[in-house]
Design a protein around this ligand. Structure first.
Ligand code: 5AD
Ligand code: SF4
Length: 469
């Protein structure tokens, strides 16, 4: 890729959008209008929704308690798997009645699904009550699009192709006050044969290190304690920038930011994980001992068909090196079952890899056929029944391994960042260990946002119970 091929959105355009925010706010001076945003998919989408919320707050909107009270409903969609798409269609269908009762209400749909032409066509034909459709690349143009939608009876559709520029300087309203997501790069160049992401999110574009550092410094000043750096493949951060300090270099720099106590990141493609990154995790106190390293399959034959660029042996060797250098690292992964052509023998290799690598946690997915991706054209699609059986087996094996790994923590003293009250019981607070495991313990409000020492007393499948030391 040639350097500087992707540019930043010009400052004048950002100022123009700020002017639209002012104009929408003028239409709504008493902050009477309410919005609701439903987000599907990954943390990147959650982070985009926080941007929408930031713009809406500047436009005088407040968050609604429920959909029925909303003057503006936004669906921020995901298209990685078909299920997420079905859910969006279901929601849109059920809004038809509400829109009849409240014709001034605006229904907007955005996100990855909208970067597919057929989807936009389908929605504009079948769901005529949708007022506004936009994509991932023009999210920063939301103020202008909303202004136009408020002033028009017609549906507005604006999608930019997948070479979008990076917009800096737009507002953001984060949901949490302690942990923050920070997107460091957009898009993906890998084209794994099952995956739609490169088609809808475009090629890799890295944010300037200066912009990222400024954002993180501000988060530190605002009282945030933990950041998670986001990108489809953070290991190739900076390759498209004229001055490239690489991902490890960026982590080192962010390790000096005052106020921020913990740094996490995701996702790392195994083929690009550098020895330098392992050293940074080991050396930099603030970088947590947790690595999300999607393996996808334990069969080299399937990995080749997936175009993952590593073999089963290479992955296992990498995992062994990481565990040897950072013994208390928590490894998590993504696994797909039922990729076209996956035999019982291939699947057994996945189970075997899980037993050998011993992940702390695995996000497991049924293969979903995505139109436009090479794997969707394969004649060897696996039946839903077989996929489900394999999925079930995968869960059983992973749950047992997760429990065995967690059992070893019984009695251990561990550092927890206190996030807030637990939803399940009174006076119980919740937080996470550096290895990203949830710990619940009795505490007091002043502890929220602090790092505390907790002794683990009880192990449950999805969380740990502890007591303050
Ligand atoms: N079907 C099922 N899972 C998929 N993923 C990506 N594309 C598909 C698909 N077509 C999974 C991968 C990826 C995670 C974010 O989603 O495991 O790592
Ligand atoms: Fe999809 Fe592969 Fe890119 Fe991940 S690395 S977003 S799985 S194409």
């Amino acid at each position: 890729m040639s350097k500087r091929e992707f540019t930043q959105v010009p400052q004048e355009e950002i100022l123009r959008q700020r002017e639209f925010m002012r104009q929408v706010r003028e239409l709504n001076p008493d902050r009477l209008l309410k919005y609701s945003i439903s987000t599907f998919g990954c943390q990147m989408n959650e982070n985009d929704s926080e941007r929408l919320a930031g713009m809406l707050s500047e436009m005088g909107y407040l968050e609604a308690e429920n959909i029925e009270d909303s003057d503006l409903i936004i669906y921020n969609t995901c298209c990685v798997r078909e299920n997420a798409e079905f859910k969006v269609y279901g929601h849109l269908g059920s809004l038809k009645k509400l829109k009849k009762q409240k014709p001034d209400m605006i229904i907007a749909v955005c996100g990855c699904m909208m970067q597919q032409k057929d989807v936009v066509k389908h929605i504009s034909r079948k769901y005529r009550h949708v007022d506004l459709i936009f994509g991932t690349h023009n999210l920063y143009r939301f103020p202008e699009l909303l202004y136009n939608s408020i002033n028009s009876d017609k549906s507005i559709i604006e999608i930019q192709d997948a070479t979008g520029s990076i917009a800096e300087g737009m507002p953001i309203a984060r949901k949490d006050g302690i942990k923050a997501w920070v997107t460091i790069m957009y898009g993906c160049n890998n084209f794994c044969s099952y995956c739609i992401v490169p088609f809808v999110r475009g090629r890799e574009r890295s944010r300037n290190a200066y912009e990222i550092t400024s954002e993180v410094e501000q988060l530190g000043r605002q009282g945030f304690r933990e950041i998670t750096l986001l990108g489809q493949n953070v290991n190739s951060y900076g390759l498209d920038l004229p001055e490239n300090k690489g991902f490890a270099g960026l982590l080192r720099e962010l390790g000096n930011v005052e106020g921020i106590e913990r740094i996490r990141f995701m996702t790392s493609h195994p083929k690009d994980l550098s020895p330098e990154l392992i050293t940074v995790i080991k050396d930099c106190k603030k970088v947590c001992e947790h690595l999300h390293l999607p393996v996808q399959s334990g069969s080299s034959r399937i990995l080749e068909m997936m175009k993952r660029n590593y073999t089963r042996e290479m992955y296992m060797e990498l995992a062994a090196v990481i565990k040897e250098q950072i013994p208390d690292i928590a490894l998590t992964t993504d696994i797909i079952v039922g990729f076209p052509g996956e035999t019982e023998a291939d699947f057994d290799e996945t189970l075997d890899l899980m037993e050998k690598v011993r992940f702390d946690f695995a996000y497991t997915f049924l293969y979903s056929r995505r139109t436009g991706t090479p794997a969707a054209n394969s004649p060897d699609q696996i039946s839903e029944d077989v996929k489900k059986q394999r999925f079930q087996k995968l869960l059983e094996v992973q749950n047992r391994i997760s429990k065995e790994i967690n059992d070893r923590l019984l009695g251990a003293e561990t550092e927890v960042l206190v996030e807030g009250l637990s939803r399940n019981s009174i006076n119980t607070f919740t937080g996470r260990t550096r290895s990203n495991k949830i710990v619940n313990f009795k505490g007091t409000n002043e502890l929220v946002g602090m790092l505390v020492k907790v002794r683990i007393k009880k192990i449950q499948t999805w969380s740990l119970e502890g007591e303050l030391i």
